[in-house]
Design a binder for this molecule. Structure first.
Ligand code: PMP
Length: 417
C-alpha cells in the first residue's frame, strides 16, 4: 500500500463513503482501479497531465474515460466556453449555438440529416432506442452481450434495482459473431426495433476486438432487409477515429449514432444524429432535461470540432497511440512478459496473457501510478491531442520500470502456484 502517497485521496474517500452511497459511483469507482495504489480525487489538470489531491503528477492515459480529446484545459475550447459563459449559459430556451452545432454535426456526419442534444451517453442511447421503437412500431432491441450502453435500467451492467420487465425487450448476441446475429434476426426480426452496437468491442475486463470484416456490413444489410434501425453507439470512440464518426472510419452508415464524451472536450454534452427517415419519430419521442439546451457546452463543442478538424488531432492521437503501443510491446518482450495489445491506437488497451484475475494488470497499473502514469487495469485507455512525443517517451520510461516490477512480482507471487 502506498498509503502516504495517497493519504488525501484515502481520507476523502472515507468521508465520501459516509455521505455518498458507494463513495464514488460508476466507472470511476475505486473498484475499477487498484485500491490504495491509484488516486481517487483530483486537484487540477493541464494538457495530458493530471494532479491528484495529494499533489502527485501523472501523464494521463484515461482522459476522464474519454471526454478529454484535445487535452485538459484546451485554450481554444475554454476561451469559447468562457466567452459564452460571460453571456450566460442556462436560458429559457437554447442559444443560437443549438442550431449551429446541429448544422455542424449534420455537415460532418455522412449519413446525418438532424441532431438532438442531451447531457450523457446514457440519455442518447436510451432515446435512440425509443426513436427506433416509435419508427418501427416494434419493441425489442438487440445488443452485443457485455456491451455498455449506459446506466439506464434496460442496459445497466448491474442487476441491482432492475426488474425482469426492464430487461424483457433486450436480446443479446456475441459481438463479431455474424452467424449468431443472423440467427437472432432470423428468429426475432419482426419484433426488433433496433440493433445497437459499438463500432468495435471495448467492454471493460476484456481485450478489445475490432469489428471483423463484414460484421458491421452484416448489421447494415440485416437492418435494411428487415426494417430494423441500426444504432451506432459511438459514445466512447466518437471523434477519436474520424471527424465523421466511427461509422465513417469503418465505412458503414448507421441510421442513428450516439455521441457524448469527446464531443465537447469535457463539457457536459451528448448528441444523437440521425438520417432523414427517422426525423418524424425523433420529433415525436419526448426528450428533455433541465440542462439540455445549455449554451456553454455547445460553444465548447463547436470549438472542439473546429480544432479536431483543422489541427490534425485525430491523426496525431493515432500516431501517439501507436508509439505508446509499440514501446509497450518492445518493453514487455525485453522483460520476458507476454502481453496482448488491442483496439485502435487512439483507444489502446493492453493485458497480460494468462493473467488470472488481472493480477499482473493490477500490478502494472499500480507501478505506473507510482512512476507518474495513470491508466486503468480493466478499462481501455485514451490518447488525447495533447500527448506529444516527449510525453510518450517519458511515459515509456515509467512503464519500463512498471514492467520490471511486474516481472519481479511474477517470479515472487503469480508464478508460484
Ligand atoms: N455507451 C458507451 C459505449 C459508453 O462508453 C458510455 C460511457 N462509458 C455510455 C454509453 C454511457 O455514457 P454516459 O456515461 O455519458 O451516460
Amino acid at each position: 500500500m502506498s498509503t502516504d502517497r495517497f493519504a488525501q485521496s484515502a481520507a476523502l474517500l472515507e468521508r465520501a463513503d459516509k455521505v455518498v452511497p458507494g463513495g464514488i459511483h460508476g466507472h470511476q469507482t475505486p473498484a475499477m482501479l487498484v485500491r490504495g495504489e491509484q488516486p481517487y480525487f483530483y486537484e487540477r489538470a493541464d494538457g495530458c497531465r493530471i494532479w491528484d489531491v495529494d499533489g502527485n503528477e501523472y501523464i494521463d492515459f484515461m482522459c476522464s474515460y474519454g471526454p478529454i480529446v484535445l487535452g485538459h484545459h484546451h485554450a481554444a475550447v475554454d476561451e469559447a466556453a468562457l466567452a459564452q459563459w460571460r453571456k450566460g449559459d442556462c436560458f429559457n430556451g437554447p442559444s443560437r449555438l443549438w442550431v449551429e452545432l446541429a448544422e455542424r454535426l449534420v455537415a460532418i456526419t455522412p449519413f446525418a440529416d438532424w441532431a438532438a442534444f442531451a447531457k450523457n451517453g446514457s440519455d442518447v442511447c436510451t432515446w435512440a432506442v425509443r426513436v427506433a421503437r416509435e419508427h418501427t412500431g416494434r419493441g425489442k432491441v438487440l445488443m452485443a452481450k457485455g456491451a455498455y450502453h449506459g446506466a439506464h435500467a434496460w442496459c445497466t451492467p448491474s442487476s441491482a434495482g432492475v426488474t425482469p420487465e426492464d430487461r424483457s425487450t433486450v436480446l443479446t448476441f456475441p459481438y463479431n459473431d455474424g452467424a449468431a446475429l443472423e440467427a437472432m434476426v432470423g428468429e426475432h426480426g419482426d419484433a426488433l426495433a433496433a440493433i445497437i452496437v459499438t463500432p468495435f468491442r471495448h467492454d471493460a475486463f476484456h481485450d478489445q476486438e475490432m469489428p471483423v470484416p463484414g460484421f458491421l456490413e452484416t448489421i447494415r444489410r440485416l437492418c435494411t432487409e428487415r426494417g430494423i434501425v441500426f444504432i451506432l453507439d459511438d459514445v466512447r470512440a466518437g471523434f477519436r477515429l474520424h471527424l465523421g464518426g466511427s461509422g465513417k472510419h469503418f465505412g458503414v452508415r448507421p441510421d442513428l449514432a450516439c455521441y457524448a464524451k469527446a464531443l465537447a472536450n469535457g463539457y457536459p454534452l451528448a448528441a444523437c444524429v440521425g438520417a432523414e427517415p427517422f426525423r418524424e419519430a425523433a420529433r415525436q419521442v419526448y426528450f428533455t432535461g433541465s440542462y439540455f439546451t445549455a449554451a456553454v457546452p455547445m460553444a465548447a463543442a463547436l470549438a472542439c470540432l473546429d480544432e479536431l478538424e483543422t489541427s490534425g488531432a485525430i491523426d496525431h492521437m493515432r500516431e501517439m497511440g501507436q508509439l505508446f503501443r509499440d514501446g509497450l510491446e518492445d518493453q514487455a518482450r525485453s522483460h520476458g512478459l507476454a502481453v496482448t495489445s488491442t483496439g485502435p491506437p487512439a483507444l489502446p488497451f493492453m493485458t497480460f496473457r494468462d493473467d488470472r484475475k488481472f493480477a499482473r494488470s493490477k500490478a502494472f497499473a499500480a507501478a505506473c501510478a507510482r512512476h507518474g502514469v495513470f491508466l486503468a487495469p480493466y478499462h481501455n485507455w485514451f490518447l488525447s491531442a495533447a500527448h506529444r512525443e516527449d510525453d510518450i517517451r517519458q511515459a515509456l520510461d515509467a512503464t519500463d520500470l512498471a514492467f520490471a516490477e511486474v516481472r519481479r512480482k511474477s517470479v515472487e507471487l503469480f508464478d508460484r502456484t
